[in-house]
Write a protein that binds this ligand. Structure first.
Ligand code: KG4
Ligand code: ZN
Length: 333
């Protein structure tokens, strides 16, 4: 019955989780509101807030799970990819905890962990499956062959899908992170009100920078004609942008599923919290007779439960990391 303590600090969420024998017993997430005023995460501020939050987050995770720190068998932590200063806080905490308690360390790739979040609970996909991993920094279609055997078969050539959401919201004058706000306003809007272009990128890759520019010009031209254009049409703009981003993602996912003959399709990463994308994937799968896997909301955006569950599977394989392990801002699979 291994007890794994998971630590996540790659961006602006400080999170700790306890996993006992593959079951998540707690998942504490401390969000940082300090970045709202800046239109994006300020790395130096993020690491300072991680330092304040890490000890209380771990204490609360142990308390919620009714587990003593003496019961922990291994400490799993996000090694990368992410902001180096932020990662450093979680990595240093994990090392110190492991050293103090003489425990093994398990290093985890954050993007793999987003995918392995599907192994929390009972509705688990069967290998091989496809996963669309969409976050603030990544947009990937991943062929998942085994827990730690994953191949990126398509990815963005420029901006990530979450970045497209966040940059659009910035153009609209909304605070960071914009994705959840676009989602909120889109629910009250007409998704066919405005048509934004679909980029013609060959293969399974994506591009979002052209879309961002077309949204910028569209807003600029309309505001020049009517200064109240944004406030009068916010739901329709958000619904139309969300629909375009979701269709770009889902069209490539459909292409990948057909090319690889795979019928189990999963979503992961922060943007998988998006209502339009979740509904779109369910529709696509129903139409094609495929099975969709959509994480619970708390496991979509950054969380330590996904680190703890990934740690559990690495623990079973007996793959541990040394005290010399350094965080990595970039970390391919
Ligand atoms: O995975 P994540 O929490 O952090 C990274 O690893 O980047 O993803 C954050 C991204 C942000 O771009 C945020 O705007 C987006 O996920 N996001 C959403 C929603 N919730 C979070 N985008 C659209 N709709 C949402 N409901
Ligand atoms: Zn993430």
């Amino acid at each position: 019955m291994p007890v794994i303590l998971g630590i996540e600090s790659s961006c602006d969420e400080t999170s700790a989780s306890v996993c006992v024998n593959g079951e998540i017993l707690s998942n504490v997430i401390a969000n940082q509101t300090i970045h709202e005023a800046y239109g994006g995460v300020v790395p130096e501020l993020a690491s300072r807030v991680h330092q304040q939050n890490i000890v209380p987050a771990v204490q609360q995770a142990l308390l919620n799970a009714k587990v003593s720190k003496n019961d922990v068998d291994a400490v799993a932590f996000t090694r990368g990819p992410g902001l180096l200063g932020s990662l450093l806080v979680g990595v240093s905490f994990a090392k110190a905890f492991a050293l103090a308690k003489n425990l093994p360390l398990i290093d985890i790739n954050h993007m793999q962990a987003h995918i392995l979040a599907h192994f929390i609970g009972y509705h688990k996909p069967v290998f091989p499956f496809l996963c669309l991993t969409v976050s603030g920094g990544h947009t990937q279609i991943v062929l998942v062959k085994d827990y730690f055997d994953m191949e990126v078969i398509g990815q963005t050539l420029d901006d990530a899908a979450g970045e497209a959401m966040d940059k659009t919201s910035k153009i609209l004058g909304l605070p960071y992170p914009g994705g959840p706000l676009i989602d909120k306003y889109a629910r009250k809007g007409n998704a066919d009100a405005y048509k934004f272009p679909e980029p013609q990128i060959p293969g399974l890759d994506f591009s979002f920078s052209g879309l961002k520019t077309s949204i910028l010009y569209f807003i600029r031209d309309n505001v020049a004609k009517n200064p109240d254009f944004i406030s009068q049409n916010l739901p329709d703009i958000c619904a139309s942008v969300e629909k375009r981003i979701a269709t770009i993602l889902l069209n490539k996912l459909q292409k990948a599923a057909q090319e690889y003959g795979i019928k189990q399709i999963a979503l992961a990463g922060g943007v998988s919290a998006n209502t339009g994308l979740r509904l779109g994937l369910q529709e696509l799968c129903a139409k094609n007779g495929w099975e969709s896997f959509i994480p619970k909301m708390e496991y979509c955006t950054d969380n330590a439960a996904m680190i703890a569950i990934a740690g559990y599977y690495k623990y079973l394989k007996g793959e541990f990391a040394g005290q010399e392990t350094a965080p990595l801002a970039r970390m391919p699979f």
